[in-house]
Design a protein around this ligand. Sequence first.
Ligand SMILES: Cc1cc2nc3c(=O)[nH]c(=O)nc-3n(C[C@H](O)[C@H](O)[C@H](O)COP(=O)(O)OP(=O)(O)OC[C@H]3O[C@@H](n4cnc5c(N)ncnc54)[C@H](O)[C@@H]3O)c2cc1C
Length: 372
Amino acid sequence: MKAIVVGGGIMGLATAWGLAREGHAVELFEQGPLPNPQASSMDEHRLIRHPYGDHAGYARMIDSAYAAWELLWNDLGRRLYAATGTLALTGNGETWAERSAAVLATIGKQMVEMPVDELPRRFPQLDARGVERAFWMASGGVLFAQDIVAALASHLAKQPNVALHARTPVRAVDLEHGRIVTDTGTEHGADMVVVAAGAWVGQLLSESRRLVPSRQVVIYFDLPADQRTIWAKHPMVIDKTGDVGLYLVPPAEGRGLKIGDHVFSRTGDPSAEREAHEQEMQPLLRRCGTLIKEFARWRIDRLKVCFYTVTEDERFVVEKQGAKGWLMSPCSGHGFKFGAVMGLELARTILSGRNPAAHARWAAGQEGDKPS
Ligand SMILES: Cc1cc2nc3c(=O)[nH]c(=O)nc-3n(C[C@H](O)[C@H](O)[C@H](O)COP(=O)(O)OP(=O)(O)OC[C@H]3O[C@@H](n4cnc5c(N)ncnc54)[C@H](O)[C@@H]3O)c2cc1C
């Protein structure tokens, strides 16, 4: 069979990989360069972790996500991941870590509660004031996102059954008949068209009410030399203690240290100029100032604007549309960790004729660890 994939972020590339490794022909179209620095997938790192609040389905999917990454490392001949462990802190009425621990216990995974008075000894870089409960899990780590996207694109470029078309925007798709039209007016056809267009999806399919682009800003910090090695070995931190929740990505293997929040802006145009100002980051910076000892010595290296594509309930949308099409939007700000497994499993469903509705439920975190 021949498939067309629209979009060269992690989802489009991983689907192309899944189809191509089974021997099928794939043409992938990307509007920008490949990789495209504007894609949501293009940042130094993305986190993968078992704790998932109330979302048992996604917590259950994490082992399959890891297994799919292993398969990818094997195909790439490189491992683009650093294990860090996961430290989750709560207080101020927030119960995300407690709920995560309770859900994980039901699937046989253990998050260990750490007495709060042990925090200063275990993690002396953190100020434990305001932290009411702390949970630790040895699993979890950092996926080197933009390196993965670049390595996967160059791996696919070497496959005889894959054609990659960079700088080729798709202007229209017909998922009933398996056709696309590029901005030069050229038509291409296939047995299946997968639209994995990230935050731009509303321009191709009428999904703008369900899938909302959301401008997000993250902060990269320049650490004092004496702190770099310490933080490079630190676990990721998910802090839900202050007025604004934050996640901290440690600077593993020479990457930057990044801090962000998970508050959806639900605004912005992914094609517009991407500018951010320190003033808009004040709530996050204030929380950093109380959570991180010696934060006054940290310097902002840069602000980066990136886009989530969010749904109301933060569940992924991966749905069969028309006789020959799939819409693939696993994002809501937490999709990258599932990139490899989403691509492999969509390829399997397309090739094996598995039930599309069951696949959609699985992607939405409403079924088991694999589509039925
Ligand atoms: C700040 C931030 C932090 C995040 N943190 C995490 C995290 O810690 N863990 C995690 O799991 N996830 C995280 N995510 C989410 C994750 O990065 C995304 O869910 C994932 O990268 C989405 O991949 P995608 O392939 O769907 O979209 P994209 O990477 O955006 O790829 C879509 C591609 O389609 C192309 N395209 C669009 N329209 C067209 C067209 N008409 N023709 C041709 N090409 C087109 C675009 O140019 C783009 O390259 C984070 C996201 C952001 C922004």
